[in-house]
Design a protein around this ligand. Structure first.
Ligand SMILES: Nc1ncnc2c1ncn2[C@@H]1O[C@H](COP(=O)(O)OP(=O)(O)OP(=O)(O)O)[C@@H](O)[C@H]1O
Length: 305
């Protein structure tokens, strides 16, 4: 099987259940070597989209491309998929279960054992390999699911809520593992409700609401480029900032002010910052002048409203 990573492109993807359109002409792409966050409220259509990409749900309209070819079952078999319904056997031992899965995916028993042991160790489960799945906490069961998706050098990763229920250490190990895959060109699509995490990890985002794509882009692009608002802390009262032409003062509270550099031009905003700095020096000094970066949750609320 060809395991070379390829870009995944979703074109006009649509799924209806009776009269209800769960996914409505969705277009986006998961480029090779990028981590793409798939976000949207409950029922937005993320799982349905991922299921169509993976061929576990039929497509009503549209198509999924693997590089420049329509996605086939063989391509889908080369993708590491973590479905929403987790599907581990509760009474089987963790390592045995994964080793068997590796063999089903074409590894020799020895190669499968090696791959499983390394992955479980990386995911902090090195000492739980002989426990049954049901004996693990939910977060640790989640780690086993992740190991199942990451086995056999996947050519792409489609992960439905891989971070839910993980503690911060597990999130970090998981993020490191995913980055190793993107570094070898693997496209990664993962859904999440944790916007701070998506912001930290993703190269790009796809925001879905009511089955439709509302926005796509890098976190910076979605915030509208570099920020206009800045926080100023002066050594003395910052009231003087009202007199700097071209700068709108949103708020002044003693030495602290919030400014808006009302220009769409990056060069002009840089010039205005220079003016503020120069004036600040004349007025006794500045201890801080920093951009106010809106949280991604604010952007999300705006585009899905
Ligand atoms: N088999 C089905 N039959 C009928 N409706 C369905 C079916 N599967 C999904 N839906 C509906 O499609 C919509 C999208 O569901 P989906 O599970 O894709 O959303 P989601 O974005 O993954 O949500 P969540 O974040 O809650 O997991 C929902 O309204 C859901 O009820």
């Amino acid at each position: 099987m060809d395991r070379a990573p390829q870009t995944i492109t979703v074109e006009g993807l649509t799924r209806r259940f009776g009269d209800f359109t769960a996914v409505d002409h969705v277009d986006f792409c998961v480029p090779q070597g990028t981590m793409t966050g798939f976000v949207g409220g409950n029922g937005a259509g993320k799982t349905t989209t991922m299921r169509m990409i993976m061929g576990v749900l039929s497509i009503t309209e549209g198509r999924v491309m693997w590089g420049d070819q329509p996605m086939t079952a063989a391509h889908q078999r080369s993708i590491g998929y973590m479905p929403e319904e987790r599907g581990l056997y509760p009474k089987q031992k963790v390592a045995d279960q994964l080793i068997y899965l590796g063999q089903l995916k074409g590894l020799s028993p020895k190669a499968s054992r090696e791959s499983v042991m390394t992955l479980l160790e990386r995911l902090g489960l090195g000492e739980r390999t002989d426990d049954t799945v049901e004996a693990l906490s939910l977060g640790n069961q989640q780690r086993v699911q992740i190991a199942a998706a990451l086995m056999i050098e996947p050519a792409a990763l489609i992960l439905d809520e891989p971070f839910s229920g993980l503690d911060p250490d597990a999130v970090d190990s998981m993020a490191d593992l995913l980055r190793e895959h993107t570094a070898r060109g693997v496209p990664v699509l993962f859904s999440s409700h944790q916007l701070d995490l998506v912001d930290r990890l993703c190269d790009q985002l796809v925001i879905l609401a009511k089955g439709q794509v509302r926005a796509t882009g890098t976190p910076t692009e979605l915030r509208g480029g570099s920020p206009r608002r800045h926080r100023l802390v002066a050594v003395r009262d910052a009231g003087w900032v009202r007199e700097v032409p071209g700068v709108v003062t949103v708020d002044v509270d003693g030495p602290v002010a919030v400014l808006d550099l009302v220009s769409d031009s990056e060069t002009e905003r840089q010039r205005l910052l220079g003016e503020v700095l120069a004036e600040g020096l004349r007025r006794g000094g500045i201890t801080e002048l920093s951009p106010i970066i809106p949280p991604l949750s604010e952007v999300y609320r705006e585009v899905t409203a």
